[in-house]
Design a protein around this ligand. Structure first.
Ligand code: EPU
Length: 421
């Protein structure tokens, strides 16, 4: 297993280009299952999860062609199997997103149940509730969801019990080719959900209310091929800005959509960083001052994203003052806290709240990555630790951060990938 070796204490200074958003690229790639024709998707990030998605679609018989600069041409017309195997679903939960499009276009799907996860239980009951509301029959057999419908799905009103990102996406994709009108209430408003809806509309779907908590979908008979550019990754951008703040440096991220990052940028200002932005860039300047501790409470968009919680927890470890970080989305998303403590961080965990007493610097140690964002927080902490920090199990990072060591090196970090045996 590869490791990252970080020698901390360098203030980052420079600019980098942000990749396409993982959590938009995955559903959009999967949504090509609904399209009756070739689709070219651009600004796809080079990530393990994208490779897994291609493996998933390829296994169904879908044609995929990777062009230069990570644009992918997908033609789902040759599909032969309507199946998502356990091996792929267990490595990438987003695989369950094939359920809605397969049911909507082909009337059948066999999808492995995802099982447990490092950050919480993460059930998919709301996805299934949506499919059933549209007339699908769902059975569970040998760890698999067997879903089918006679003829077409029928549009209906669905209200999810909680705000769920992939739940909204799955239900939305099922609704696009359903007969008549569907209304999805309590829909997730995350920019990645909007990007998926915009992609579907660009292929001929009729979705309105995009960006609100009520999506109305008028079913169409078919979607046509076309081209689409995936939105920038707001979490990747936020992570590099956090690296700038933690190391008391200056970082400019390019190819971003600052309007999608308001809650995070406000927190950076509260930390004491100077934030400037243009239409597609943001610069954070924290040179020569220790960040101030900030309280964080995660919530669905437009609130503070759970996917930035670990990075801000790391930031608070080297901030001036005491802070609390409350996680309201996932019940077990504090695995990084114990690892940060190995670097000397002062964190007390109680239920869904972490209380952090900041200190100027941490001390390098070997640590272990447990999930994607937790791993990112360990890398950030390593950048502000005396001596060497070795982050093990970084395959988690490669799922969601394109060339993290190259981008950080470009900003001046001393970071090295060591291939594992
Ligand atoms: N939930 C249910 N039942 C459901 C669906 C969700 O109880 O049927 C619960 C979950 O257990 C959780 C809450 O609802 O407590 C919200 O979960 P959500 O469904 O919104 O999460 P997700 O769709 O599985 C996506 C992202 C996550 C991100 C969350 C929250 C993708 C592929 N994944 O997950 O991204 O943290 O939304 O914003 O879009 C990451 O990128 O590191 C990551 C984990």
């Amino acid at each position: 297993m590869d490791k990252l070796i970080i020698t901390g204490g360098v203030s980052l200074d420079g600019e980098i280009r942000i990749s396409g958003a993982k959590n938009a690229a995955l559903p959009i790639l999967i949504a090509t299952l609904l399209v009756d024709g070739p689709v070219t998707i651009r600004n796809i990030p080079q990530l393990h999860d994208v490779t897994t998605t291609m493996e998933l679609l390829g296994g169904m018989g879908v044609d995929l062609l990777v062009h230069e600069c990570m644009s992918i041409e997908v033609d789902s017309r040759p599909i032969k199997h309507f199946f998502a195997p356990y091996d792929l679903v267990k490595t990438m939960r987003a695989s369950v997103l094939v359920l809605g499009p397969l049911l909507g276009r082909h009337g059948k799907a066999t999808v492995s149940l995802p099982g447990g996860c490092a950050i919480g239980v993460r059930p998919i009951d709301q996805h299934l509730k949506g499919m059933e509301a549209f007339g699908a029959k769902i059975d569970m057999q040998n760890g698999y969801i067997e879903a089918k419908v006679d003829g077409r799905l029928k549009g209906a009103e669905v209200t999810t019990d909680m705000v769920t990102v992939t739940g909204t996406e799955n239900i939305l994709m099922a609704a696009v080719l359903a007969e008549g009108r569907s209304v999805i209430k309590n829909a997730a408003r995350e920019p990645e959900v909007c990007d998926l809806a915009n992609f579907l509309n660009a292929m001929g779907a009729k979705i309105s209310g995009i960006g609100t908590d009520t999506l109305t979908v008028d079913g169409v008979d078919r979607l046509h091929g076309g081209e689409y550019v995936v939105m920038p990754d707001r979490i990747e951008a936020g992570t590099y800005l956090a690296a700038g703040a933690i190391t008391r440096g200056r970082v400019k991220v390019k190819n971003v959509a600052p309007q999608n990052m308001t809650a995070v940028l406000e927190k950076f200002s509260e930390v004491g960083a100077k934030i400037t932005s243009g239409s597609d860039w943001v610069e954070l300047d924290m040179r020569n001052s220790q960040p101030n501790a900030v309280d964080i409470c995660t919530s669905p968009y437009p609130g503070f994203p759970t996917d930035m919680q670990a990075q801000f927890l790391a930031l608070n470890c080297v901030a001036n003052g005491t802070s609390s970080v409350v996680e309201t989305i996932f019940e077990n998303r504090f695995m990084h806290a114990q690892e940060l403590q190995r670097l000397g961080a002062n964190i007390v965990l109680q239920g869904n709240t972490a209380t952090i007493i900041g200190k100027p610097m941490l001390i390098g140690a070997p640590v272990m990555a447990t999930d994607l964002r937790a791993s990112a927080s360990l890398v950030l902490a390593g950048l502000m630790s005396q001596g060497q920090t070795i982050v093990d199990r970084i395959y988690h990072i490669d799922r969601g951060y394109e060339c993290i060591e190259e981008k950080l090196s470009q900003l001046g970090a001393r970071i090295l990938r060591v291939p594992g045996k």
